[in-house]
Ligand binder design. Structure first.
Ligand code: NDP
Length: 283
């Protein structure tokens, strides 16, 4: 078994992004700008947003942080996104999810113009992914593809199984693997014979949200195992969807949690912000 070290790969990517933002500044006389919008007091969201802002600083992206109280109205949220959409210094807009329940998240996200949709969640960007056109792709699945690439794994012709079909991870993950010529199966909570499906996988991606759900009996000998899950175990310790200690004996390559997919998500966000800025200024 060999570990896919997301921290090392992520550090390398951030070094490259540092060069990219420097070149951008030299060329256009302004910095790549990313707006980060947090509404409410969700503690996990606060940590994510803090990490995203410090990621921006690390690679030389200018961040515009907007922290709004939990009682923000739909109109106030929309007004802010519209102002950011107009702002020439802002190349990407990120709204941290989940939003407080009284807000209509989809309606707010729809206010982000596609050319500033740094998370790749818009219908247009999802459509482009399906059509295999250039667009912005959701950060976590994009990070998984980068981990595979930089670990020398080519999905072409391989059997890939994605467990999970969420709009932000499972579905775009499956589409990226399909676009990379893998033979893809998508599993979910209604899948029959999940174990057998997983045992067919040369590449298994777990994006379920259930601690240590994927056991060694679900893994083919020599498979590449990517664990997207971020859960707490009974002791409150961070763990993935994969039972790492047992699965690692069978996998040829495996990502740990923490230190696998997690660090890549923010690096891909920063990379998406750079790409949006380059496209915007080239126009
Ligand atoms: P969702 O809850 O939106 O989706 C979970 C998916 O898993 C659903 O499609 C669901 O099926 C499926 N599922 C649930 N139970 C089972 C089961 N028993 N058997 C098979 N499939 C099942 O989660 P997300 O996609 O948002 O996130 C998945 C995990 O990844 C979470 O742990 C999350 O914290 C983590 N995550 C990590 C990120 C990172 O940066 N590392 C970023 C984003 C997420 P169905 O559709 O039928 O309900």
């Amino acid at each position: 078994m060999k570990l896919i070290d997301g921290k090392v790969i992520s550090a390398q990517i951030r070094k490259e992004l540092g060069e990219r933002t420097k070149n951008f500044f030299e060329r256009y006389g302004k910095r790549v700008g990313l707006a980060v919008v947090l509404i409410g007091e969700d503690p996990a969201s606060k940590v994510y947003v803090r990490n995203k802002i410090s990621g921006c600083e690390e690679v030389g992206i200018r961040s515009f942080a907007h922290f709004l109280p939990a009682n923000t109205t739909q109109e106030q949220a929309v007004e802010l996104i519209r102002a950011l959409a107009e702002d020439k210094n802002v190349h990407g807009i990120l709204v941290q999810l989940p939003l407080p329940h009284h807000l209509d998240a989809q309606k707010i996200l729809r206010e982000i113009p596609t050319e500033k949709d740094v998370d790749g969640f818009s219908a247009e960007n999802v459509g482009k992914l399906v059509l295999k056109e250039r667009g912005t792709v959701a950060c976590t699945p994009l990070g998984v593809m980068e981990l595979l690439k930089r670990s020398g794994v080519d999905p072409k012709g391989k059997r890939a199984v994605v467990v999970g079909r969420s709009n932000i991870v499972g579905k775009p993950m499956a589409m990226l693997l399909l676009n990379a010529d893998a033979t893809v199966t998508v599993c979910h909570s209604k899948t029959e014979n999940l174990k057998e499906e997983c045992r067919n996988a040369d590449i298994l991606v777990a994006a379920i949200g259930k601690p240590k759900f994927i056991g060694a009996d679900m893994i083919k000998e020599g498979a590449v195992v990517i664990d997207v899950g971020m859960n707490r175990d009974e002791q409150g310790k961070l763990c993935g969807d994969v039972d790492f200690d047992n699965v690692k004996e069978k996998a040829s390559l495996i990502t740990p949690v923490p230190g696998g997919v997690g660090p890549m998500t923010i690096s891909m966000l920063l990379s998406n912000a750079c790409a949006l800025a380059e496209t915007a200024e080239e126009l």
